[in-house]
Design a protein around this ligand. Structure first.
Ligand code: ADP
Ligand code: GLC
Length: 494
């Protein structure tokens, strides 16, 4: 194989340091997968206030301590610390950017105490992007490519082609910008643009101006050498359908030639029922009775009765509109009328949290609600549930349906984005692995849940559906190679 590439992977969240959603999983596993294909990928991320340096083995780099940086006429200092993420046979170096002005408080995008977005998120991530570029001059390692992820990193491609266009250390570095979610755009007032100290002419419809706002996401899409998103279906949806494009259809169509959908992989060593370190009973398809032991443990721990014939539906999710919670709210009583049990783990919008707490009281003999973020419980739900409900309004990729398939937990999903690319209708005896509905409508969802409940009673068919899902390979092998292909195209290496 050709020699690989030096890649700096820039992300605002990465496991085990920070996580609000799937980006953290991808930022951990994709760099490692690329490293096992002979690339050298290093990660850089902010060192948020909650990070415990000792527990996470974060070390100082003397040479990269107290570096000066100027932004919007003010002087700041930052330091780069180092650590490693490890997989079973892989690892990646990670740089953590420490700064007392922007990343001292606890919280990623929101202050943990107030649960409100940091009011200076524009400056926080502008500072991060600028520091990522400036540190390259003293890092003694040069990336061929900077792989940026989501709006928080969108200014990097823009700055390379404007602010640093005459800087020989930086100007020739290529960029890939991955959209994990088009709905989060990092749009800020024009006053934020002033803080870049770039000439006003650079703020226009052809650059970073989006409905009079300064859009960090648009900056990434416009200026990166390649733009990717995390499934093929979503790549098509956001270009062709106004319901998905969040106003960016023209911007995306302009980059049509350079826009690619690459499905996320999953970390097979972490999300795998035969290795999973967290679950009580590890199992393969040949050992499904052990899956039911996990179900028993999960239910009994939460004081519900285990009954083999009553299916348990799991949900692990951010409680936001994207994930279809308005459908779930609308249909809750109808769902609860059925012969089933349900477990929901989530955190997010107040209105959904309140509603779920109300439902918990109403249906306490068949419903478990756990509000909060709990990585271990997430594994236990994947292993112990029979079905997984994910009725998303839109879904760029979605990891939980892939985790579910691996755990023999049959997904019931809306036919959109990455859910379409990974779940196949149960009726296909060779490939069928789940239940899909098309229209974003609570009645359609309930109808599909009822079908799943019926099919569940036919054990032979159900086992076949589980088997088809568990046999799939969602490892990064295929997708990491697609990123390599892209790197090759932009670097013209043989
Ligand atoms: P998104 O990134 O849009 O939230 P994904 O399906 O890509 O959706 O990824 C969600 C990730 O976050 C999964 O790893 C899921 O298990 C995890 N997750 C979401 N909510 C919680 C929670 N409350 N506790 C633990 N893990 C959670
Ligand atoms: C986003 C998307 C989700 C995707 C994840 C990782 O948060 O909402 O669909 O799986 O990013 O790419």
């Amino acid at each position: 194989m050709a020699k690989g590439y030096n890649v700096l992977f820039v992300t605002s969240e990465v496991l085990p340091y920070s996580k609000t959603g799937g980006l953290a999983d991808v930022s951990n596993s994709l760099p490692q997968a690329l490293n096992s294909l002979s690339n050298e990928v290093r990660i850089i991320t902010p060192k948020y206030g909650q990070l415990d340096e000792r527990r996470l083995q974060i070390h100082e780099i003397k040479r990269l301590k107290d570096i000066n940086l100027e932004m919007a006429g003010k002087k700041y200092k930052y330091s780069i610390k180092s650590s490693f993420i490890h997989g079973k046979n892989t690892k990646a170096q990670i740089y953590l950017l420490e700064n007392q002005d922007f990343f001292k408080n606890k919280g990623i995008y929101q202050n943990i105490k107030t649960k409100k977005d940091f009011p200076n998120n524009d400056e926080r991530y502008m500072f991060f992007c600028k520091a990522v570029l400036e540190v390259l001059e003293i890092l003694q390692w040069k990336p061929d490519i900077i792989h940026c992820n989501d709006w928080q990193t969108g200014l990097i491609p823009f700055f390379i082609k404007t602010m640093y266009k005459n800087n020989p250390h930086i100007s020739d570095i290529k960029t890939v910008f991955t959209i994990h979610n088009l709905a989060y755009q990092g749009n800020f007032p024009k006053t934020t643009f002033k803080k870049t100290e770039l000439p006003d002419e650079l703020f226009n419809d052809n650059t970073v101006k989006f409905h009079d706002k300064f859009s960090f996401l648009k900056a990434g899409i416009k200026f990166a050498d390649k733009v990717t998103t995390v499934s093929q279906k979503y790549a098509e949806e956001i270009r062709t359908n106004k319901e998905y494009s969040c106003g960016m259809e023209d911007v995306l169509n302009d980059r049509r030639k350079d826009l690619v959908g690459i499905l996320n992989g999953i970390d097979n060593t972490v999300w795998n029922p035969s290795f999973d370190k967290v679950i009580d009973y590890r199992y393969t398809y040949q050992e499904i009775p052990l899956k039911y032991e996990n179900k028993r443990e999960l239910l009994e721990k939460h004081k519900l009765v285990y009954n083999e014939n009553i299916p348990l539906i799991g949900i692990i999710s951010r409680l936001v509109d994207q994930k279809g919670f308005d459908l779930i709210l609308d249909a809750f009583d109808d769902i609860m009328k059925e012969k089933l049990q349900m477990i929901i783990l989530g955190t997010g919008d107040e209105k959904y949290q309140k509603f779920l707490m109300k439902m918990k009281k109403k249906y306490n003999d068949k419903l478990i609600i756990h509000l909060g973020f709990d990585e271990d419980l997430a594994h236990k739900i994947e292993a112990g549930s029979d079905m997984y409900l994910m009725p998303s309004k839109f879904e760029p990729c979605g990891l939980n349906q892939m985790y579910s398939l691996k755990y023999g937990t049959v997904p019931i999903v809306r036919n959109t984005g990455g859910l379409s690319d990974t779940v196949t209708n149960y009726k296909d005896p060779k490939k069928g692995n789940g239940f899909l509905f098309d229209k974003y409508d609570s009645k359609e969802m309930v109808k599909t849940i009822r079908t799943a409940l019926e099919v569940y009673q036919d054990k032979k068919t159900w086992y076949n559906i589980m088997k088809n899902g568990m046999a799939l390979d969602f490892s990064w092998n295929i997708s990491a190679k697609k990123y390599m292909e892209l790197f090759k195209q932009i670097c013209n290496k043989k």
